[in-house]
Design a protein around this ligand. Structure first.
Ligand code: NAP
Ligand code: ZN
Ligand code: ZN
Length: 351
């Protein structure tokens, strides 16, 4: 298979900084779209993966799955896109396309789903490499259209932070009468607030300190509860239909379960791993409450979200950085020092 050598940014070890690397991209096959990457969002998952927090990373890693770009070239059988189109790619670049999940637009739960980075690239027989790079080649079935009215850099985080919170909002039928809470105001959390607000829900933020209260309200939250204040947590008992928990690290879920209404669901999208302290089942049983998980969203659902964002003029609140500043950005993300998503201007890698 013919390949092109391009510039990317990635890491070769869990404890190494990200640096410039050369990687290969395949030349387009019949169904492929070659994309010149304009912007790429910086997700906390990029950091987890680069540093092997989940114990599954194979190096080298080129992170990035919030990709916005312009079509450079298409394969001969590509129907939906042409040279010059503005397009996006999220967390998925392939799946088996024949299992029940794939048939039901749930490619993210396909046992053979291929992540945009760290997945298995069947064309090059190596790991897939993500959006911290000059270009990417993706099958048109996994390429998305972006609304024309939105800021290109601001759209990028919709591809992961947006869809990861949109999917549970839609699955649990959030609408005008819903009471939704979001745990953690970061990349995912700020998109969750905007989207739940746009769906008409009453929105509450749980945050660790009062620092983000004004921002949360400006983003669309009706109220803020400080999760480290026991009396505030006590006052929130039995209130929420859906809680979206975006916290990336181990934490106690039990106080949040207490704030669910009868039939309410706490959906964990942030932390991946065992719980300590363990979950107490009594409130689950006494109130028919659920604790659930959710992974990104399917391709059709991501397109639905992009269209919704176009209609409601929703983009992410971002700080644009150069590729060379990614290591500083990771350290700042760990300190929650970003309002509320870093987006890389990919020009900085190309120059
Ligand atoms: P982020 O921007 O760093 O935001 C995380 C927020 O969690 C922080 O702003 C902070 O909000 C809160 N937090 C509470 N305890 C924390 C702690 N010990 N350290 C740092 N933050 C803490 O991260 P993100 O990009 O939104 O991603 C959140 C998590 O979702 C990550 O673990 C990521 O891997 C995961 N993720 C999952 C999916 C999925 O499909 N399920 C998709 C994308 C990302 P306050 O200051 O308001 O408390
Ligand atoms: Zn992500
Ligand atoms: Zn499948």
């Amino acid at each position: 298979m013919k390949v092109k050598n391009i510039k990317a940014y990635g890491t070769v070890a869990a404890d190494a900084d990200l640096k410039q690397l050369d990687i290969n991209r395949r030349e387009v096959t019949a169904k492929d779209v070659e994309i010149d990457i304009l912007y790429c969002g910086v997700c906390h998952s990029d950091l987890h993966f680069a540093r092997n927090d989940w114990g599954m990373t194979q190096y080298p890693v080129v992170p990035g799955h919030e990709i916005v770009g312009k079509v450079l070239n298409v394969g001969k059988d590509v129907k939906q896109y042409k040279e010059g189109d503005l397009v996006a790619v999220g967390c998925l670049v392939d799946s088996c396309r024949s299992c029940n999940n794939c048939k039901n637009d749930l490619e993210q739960y396909c046992p053979e789903w291929v992540g945009t980075y760290g997945g298995y690239d069947k064309h090059l027989e190596t790991n897939t490499h993500g959006g911290y790079s000059e270009t990417i080649v993706v099958d048109e079935a996994f390429v998305l259209s972006i609304p024309e009215n939105l800021d290109l850099a601001g759209i990028a985080p919709v591809l992961c932070a947006g869809i990861t919170t949109w999917s549970p909002l839609r699955h649990w039928n959030v609408g005008k009468d819903s009471k939704v809470a979001v745990v953690g105001l970061g990349g995912l959390g700020h998109m969750a607030i905007k989207l739940a607000d746009a769906l008409g829900a009453h929105v509450t933020l749980f945050s660790r300190s009062t620092n983000k209260t004004d921002d949360a309200k400006a983003l669309g939250a009706d109220e803020v509860i400080i999760s480290t204040d026991e009396s505030q947590m006590e006052g929130a008992m039995g209130r929420f239909d859906l809680i979206i928990d975006t916290v990336p690290y181990e934490h106690d879920l039990n106080p949040y379960v207490g704030t669910l209404n009868t039939n309410g669901t706490l959906v964990v999208v942030g932390y991946l791993g065992p719980l300590d302290p363990m979950l107490v089942t009594v409130p689950l049983i006494m109130g028919r409450k659920s604790v659930a998980g959710s992974l990104i969203g399917g391709i059709a659902e991501t397109q639905e979200l992009l269209d919704f964002c176009g209609k409601h003029n929703i983009t992410s609140d971002i700080e644009v950085i150069n590729m060379q500043d990614i290591n500083i950005a990771y350290e700042r993300m760990l300190k929650s020092d970003v309002k509320y998503r870093f987006v890389i201007d990919m020009k900085s890698l190309k120059n």
